[in-house]
Design a protein around this ligand. Structure first.
Ligand code: PCA
Length: 322
C-alpha cells in the first residue's frame, strides 16, 4: 500500500467514525467549483450543516458522479443528494424539457414565469421517480459558439457540435451540424482535440471552460434558459426528522433566490469576458436567425406531441401569465 492510499483509508475511517454523531450527505455536482451553481450549492450545504444535525459536503466538477450519472445515482440512493441539468432527462419524460423549448422563454423574466407555471408538474414527475425536489436555478440565455464565422447555413454545415441534451442535438442536426453529447466537465478537452467545434450554451459555461482558447465567435442568440435542479433521494428524505427537513427546505429557498439573482447579474459580465479575451461577440445574421427559429419551431411542435396534455397545459399557463 502506498502512502497516498494509506491516507485515503485513514480519512475514510474518520468519516465513518464521525457518522455516528451526525449524518453526512455527499452532494454530487456536475459543474466546476467556481461556477455560481456550485458556489451557491456549497452555501446551501453550509447553511444546512450549520442549522441541523446533518452535514452536507459538495463534490463539484463531476468528481463524485459525472453529470450524466447524477440523476440515476440519486434515484438509486447511491448519492443522497445531487444537482442535475433538468432538460438532459428528456428520455425519461418530455416534461423535463420544457425550459429548453426553443424561443419560448428567452429572458430571465419569462424563464421565471415558465418555472412558476411548470413547477407543480416537475415536482409531481420527480415524485413519480421517487425523487424529492429542492430548488431550481437557471443558466443564462443560450448563445451559439462557433469556430467559423456563422453567416448562413453553409458556413456552419458539417461543424462538429457539442450537445448537452436532446434539444441541442436536434437543433444542431436541423441546422446541418453533427452533434455529440459531452458533459461540461469534458468540454475544454473536446474543443482542444477537435471533437467539438461549436455548441449552444450560456456565457457561463463558455467562461468556465475558456472557450476563447478554441473558438472565435459567440452569437448572443438567447434561445432559451435551461435550469439545473437540486434533488434528494426520496428514502433519504423520509428518513430525516421534521427539523432537519425544515432546515433543508429553508436553505433551498434561500439558495434558489440567490442563484436566480446571481445568474442574471453575471450574464452580461460573462459575455464581456469573451470580448476581453478576443472573441467576436455578435448577434446572428437575420438569415441565420430565421433558420434557428425555423428549426426551433419544429422542435417545439415535436416537443408538444411528446409532452401531451400536461405539456399543453404548461404552455397555456405560460401564455396566460404573459
Ligand atoms: N451550461 C450547461 C448547460 C446549459 C449551460 O448554459 C452546459 O453547457 O453543460
Amino acid at each position: 500500500m502506498n502512502f497516498k492510499y494509506g491516507l485515503v483509508a485513514a480519512s475514510a475511517f474518520a468519516v465513518s467514525a464521525s457518522a455516528a454523531l451526525a449524518d453526512k450527505w455527499d452532494m454530487a455536482l456536475a459543474y466546476s467549483a467556481t461556477n455560481y451553481h456550485s458556489e451557491i450549492a456549497a452555501e446551501f450545504a453550509a447553511e444546512v450543516t450549520a442549522n441541523s444535525d446533518l452535514e452536507i459536503v459538495t463534490h463539484p466538477g463531476g468528481s463524485l458522479f459525472g453529470g450524466s450519472e447524477i440523476f440515476g445515482a440519486v434515484r438509486k440512493g447511491l448519492a443522497p443528494i445531487g444537482e442535475r441539468l433538468i432538460s438532459a432527462l428528456g428520455n425519461d419524460n418530455a416534461l423535463y424539457e420544457v425550459d429548453s423549448v426553443p424561443f419560448l422563454a428567452t429572458g430571465f423574466e419569462g424563464s421565471k414565469k415558465l418555472y412558476e407555471v411548470s413547477k407543480p408538474v416537475l415536482v409531481e414527475t420527480l415524485e413519480e421517480a421517487r425523487v424529492h425536489f429542492l430548488y431550481s436555478c437557471p443558466w443564462p440565455p443560450q448563445g451559439f459558439y462557433s469556430a467559423e464565422a456563422a453567416t448562413d447555413l453553409d458556413s456552419i454545415s458539417g461543424l462538429k457540435f457539442r450537445a448537452y441534451n436532446a434539444t441541442t442535438s436536434k437543433m444542431a442536426e436541423g441546422l446541418g451540424m453533427v452533434p455529440t453529447k459531452i458533459e461540461a466537465a469534458e468540454l475544454a478537452q473536446a474543443f482542444a482535440t477537435g471533437v467539438a467545434q461549436s455548441m449552444i450554451s450560456s456565457g457561463s459555461t463558455g467562461y468556465d471552460r475558456k472557450l476563447w482558447e478554441h473558438v472565435d465567435y459567440y452569437y448572443d442568440v438567447k434561445a432559451w434558459l435551461p435550469r439545473n435542479m437540486v434533488i434528494v433521494n426520496e428514502k433519504a428524505w423520509k428518513r430525516l426528522d421534521d427539523d432537519t427537513q425544515a432546515a433543508i427546505t429553508t436553505a433551498a429557498a434561500n439558495a434558489e433566490a440567490k442563484c436566480w439573482a446571481k445568474a442574471e447579474e453575471l450574464d452580461a459580465w460573462y459575455i464581456e469576458q469573451f470580448e476581453a479575451n478576443g472573441m467576436k461577440v455578435e448577434t446572428l445574421s437575420p438569415e441565420l436567425q430565421a433558420e434557428f427559429e425555423k428549426v426551433g419551431a419544429e422542435l417545439k411542435a415535436a416537443w408538444l406531441e411528446r409532452a401531451g396534455d400536461k405539456g399543453q397545459d404548461v404552455l397555456d399557463a405560460f401564455e396566460a401569465a404573459q
